[in-house]
Design a protein around this ligand. Structure first.
Ligand code: SF4
Ligand code: SF4
Length: 222
């Protein structure tokens, strides 16, 4: 899941300052699961904006609407009949959703209400943690299913570095050392021999370093 955090109300109010008619757009997918930009959060943010602006003597009209997804044109197009009635769209989706809405409504200002942070998992109610950086060439089969890119602070492919101490990372003592996790897991799996193998230099061209990526499945195209 993509994990995001809502921007502060002050930041959002500052972006909205010039506008009176706002379409506040939520998304029913990842940002709903991480309790940042779903229908409930749309309602909360809309109330906060209305109250603040009314207090400042600058009332606003807000339409609340939550799409199934903001990263799919078939859903984004559901707002076509009324998007034109609003000066601005404030999106609570991840960065991909926000941009896709902006691409579909080119004459509309589209603003971000959230900060998109990482690909992660739900550890427990209200706690999410990073697990993947979308490097494009997965090495989990070599590392006991623990990602060295996302879970080692230095993204080392062969670790640990000299700073690992008592299973914690030198970058932050609260953080588990990613490489300690890898070693522990390989031990559990009886695959410590894999740790002896040097992971070769990684080809980063399938990662973001090779520029914006695109995936095409000819068999699925209409
Ligand atoms: S190796 Fe790459 S694709 Fe696999 S989990 Fe890590 S970042 Fe994600
Ligand atoms: S201490 Fe561990 S997690 Fe931290 S940078 Fe070094 S190898 Fe990576």
């Amino acid at each position: 899941m993509i994990v995001a955090n809502r921007k502060t109300l002050e930041e959002i109010l500052s972006m909205l300052k010039p506008y009176q008619k706002i379409l506040l757009l939520g998304c029913n997918e990842c940002v709903t699961v991480c309790a940042t930009g779903g229908e409930r959060e749309v309602g909360v943010l809309a109330s906060e904006i209305r109250l603040s602006r009314a207090k400042d003597g600058e009332p606003v009209e807000i339409k609340e609407f939550t799409l199934e997804r903001q990263c799919d044109h078939e859903y984004i197009d559901q707002i076509r009949s009324f998007a034109g009635d609003y000066e601005v769209i404030l999106s609570m989706a991840c960065g991909a959703g926000i941009q896709y809405v902006a691409e579909r409504y080119r004459n509309k200002v589209v603003l971000p209400a959230v900060n998109t942070t990482f690909l992660g998992v739900t550890l427990e109610q209200g706690v999410w943690a990073e697990r993947c950086q979308g490097c494009g060439e997965c090495v989990l089969h070599l590392t006991g299913g623990v990602c060295p890119i996302a879970r080692c602070a230095k993204s080392l492919l062969n670790g640990p570095c000299g700073g690992s101490s008592n299973g914690k990372c030198e970058v932050d003592k609260e953080l588990d050392c990613g490489w300690q996790l890898i070693i522990d897991r390989l031990k559990e799996l009886g695959q410590l021999d894999k740790y002896e193998e040097i992971i070769p230099i990684k080809d980063w061209t399938p990662a973001r370093d090779g520029g914006p990526r695109k995936r095409v499945r000819e068999d699925l195209k209409l």
